[in-house]
Design a protein around this ligand. Structure first.
Ligand code: SF4
Ligand code: SF4
Length: 480
């Protein structure tokens, strides 16, 4: 993997992507670390998130994993509540509530997620980039290595990146298979679980590719959330911004002995040191105004505050503010239509979800038609319907469900296992044959019946079902 840049001929003069040279080749960004109060706060948040991500698969709640997305079994466990495949609407409601919360958060605090919470930023700036700085030195030393085309230090860096990517892929996988299963697989030959091994290898490759090569381009060209900013943000949202009222007209120290440009009483506070540009992980100049590429990482705030301190000017030339405040010099109010509408919608969604969860039954029963033939006519003239009763036990304990056919009289059932034993949070299916005399069926060949399913303690339900049989006037011999 070459990290060197080459420029061929004369490129376009207009502004292009910060990660691309004018000839279309990759511009490797080597941001300078700026340490300040925001950096230390972000460091604490980032490592808190990393530890949370690693620890969650090991935690349990009410005897269940805190989070487990069991795709083969189509069961999702979140904070001690298991959602089954038939409860997808509840899960969708939860996701909708989370999305709206992100919208609200963005309207209030801008791209705070991108700069403080997104795994791309967290792992890039607080895990992978520090390793790079440790092994390859300052941005200038890294550029020197780019020109050399490689070194043992760079090979070592990529080797450590690979190990880290494998570790993160394993943690990621444990959210889908659980830590016990993962641990078991890790002690077995990959040939015994090839598909899972391939998934792990694929996730490792994607993480390695992202943090070694693709890097900030994920935020600049791939992330859909970044593209939504223009609709999620408004003039009142908090953003990282350069105070052009205070900073302009900008000038280097030596230029300041000259008269300021016409219309300006004095020079602004920006001394054109470019510390804010050199530290930017997406390679932009915040002084050009609000840009989609800005992930609100606050590194330029720390870099500029450091310069302001050195030149004895007040800090905050770059700071958290809003476009409205910059334009009017007045503090923005929090209340505005979208900030009122989002919480209202969130409240409605979470109330509906809470009510649905409170009314959830201890089991879920589904009656299905079994086999390819809906019914059979037996030699004794009776009609046999093959059906399946699927029971999902939502309780944390093993349950025994007794299935009884309660109506109408004259109908009987045969089932090999009754009561049906279902382990905690599992689903089992009972195979049942219901026998009924032909005379009981209606002219259009149907017969309503009723079952009860009960676990002798806290769950009992009555379910209706319609048996199928011969239509009036049809003889069994006609079917042959
Ligand atoms: S760091 Fe501050 S002073 Fe330096 S160029 Fe950026 S805005 Fe101007
Ligand atoms: S402009 Fe500032 S806040 Fe935005 S990405 Fe660059 S360094 Fe981070």
């Amino acid at each position: 993997m070459s990290e060197s840049n080459q420029t061929y001929g004369k490129g376009p003069t207009e502004s292009i992507l910060s990660t691309m040279n004018q000839d279309g080749s990759r511009n490797w960004l080597r941001p300078k670390l700026a340490k300040g109060k925001h950096y230390y706060r972000r460091f604490a948040v980032a490592w808190g998130l990393i530890l949370t991500f690693v620890v969650i698969p090991h935690l349990t709640m009410s005897g269940k994993p805190l989070m487990l997305f069991d795709i083969p079994k189509r069961q999702f466990t979140l904070f001690g509540t298991t959602f089954f495949a038939t409860e997808t609407p509840l899960l969708l409601l939860l996701l909708l509530g989370l999305f709206l919360s992100i919208f609200l958060f963005t309207a209030l605090a801008g791209r705070v997620w991108c700069g403080w919470g997104c795994p791309q930023t967290v792992y890039m700036e607080f895990v992978f980039r520090p390793i790079e700085r440790l092994l390859e030195g300052s941005p200038a030393q890294q550029r020197k290595l780019d020109k050399q085309g490689g070194s043992p230090r760079r090979v070592l860096k990529y080797f450590i990146y690979l190990l880290l990517s494998m570790f993160l892929a394993h943690v990621f996988l444990s959210y889908f298979v659980g830590t016990t299963q993962l641990w078991e697989w890790m002690h077995r030959s990959p040939f015994k679980h090839p598909s899972t091994f391939l998934i792990m290898a694929g996730v490792t490759a994607m993480i390695f590719f992202d943090f070694s090569y693709f890097r900030e381009q994920t935020c600049l060209v791939a992330c859909p959330y970044g593209r939504f900013q223009s609709v999620l943000l408004d003039k009142h949202s908090a953003i990282v911004a350069y105070d052009y009222n205070r900073g302009e007209p900008r000038a280097k120290k030596r230029q300041r002995s000259e008269e300021p440009p016409e219309g300006a009483e004095s020079w602004g506070d920006c001394i054109q040191c470019k510390a804010c540009v050199l530290t930017c992980p997406t390679g932009i100049d915040i002084r050009e105004g609000l840009q989609m590429e800005c992930i609100n990482c606050t590194q330029c705030i720390d870099a500029c505050d450091d310069i302001m301190e050195k030149i004895h000017k007040p800090k905050g030339l770059i700071r958290y503010t809003s476009q409205q405040t910059l334009e009017t010099n007045q503090k923005q109010g929090i209340l505005r239509p979208r900030v009122l509408l989002y919480p209202l919608l969130i409240l409605i969604i979470f109330t509906a979800l809470g009510m649905a969860l409170a009314r959830r039954e201890a089991a879920e029963v589904t009656i299905l038609r079994g086999g390819s033939n809906p019914y059979k006519v037996l030699p004794n003239g009776q009609i046999s319907n093959h059906i399946k009763i699927k029971i999902a036990n939502r309780t944390p304990k093993l349950q025994k469900y007794k299935i009884k056919l309660i109506a109408p009289k004259g109908v009987s059932m045969i089932t090999p296992i009754n009561p049906l034993v279902v382990a905690a949070q599992k689903t089992e299916t009972a195979v049942i044959f219901v026998l009924a005399p032909r005379a009981m069926f209606t002219d259009n060949g149907s017969l309503p019946i009723q079952f009860t399913i009960d676990n002798s303690s806290d769950y009992k339900t009555t379910r209706k079902y319609k048996l199928l049989g011969l239509l009036k006037g049809i003889n069994p011999s006609d079917l042959k």
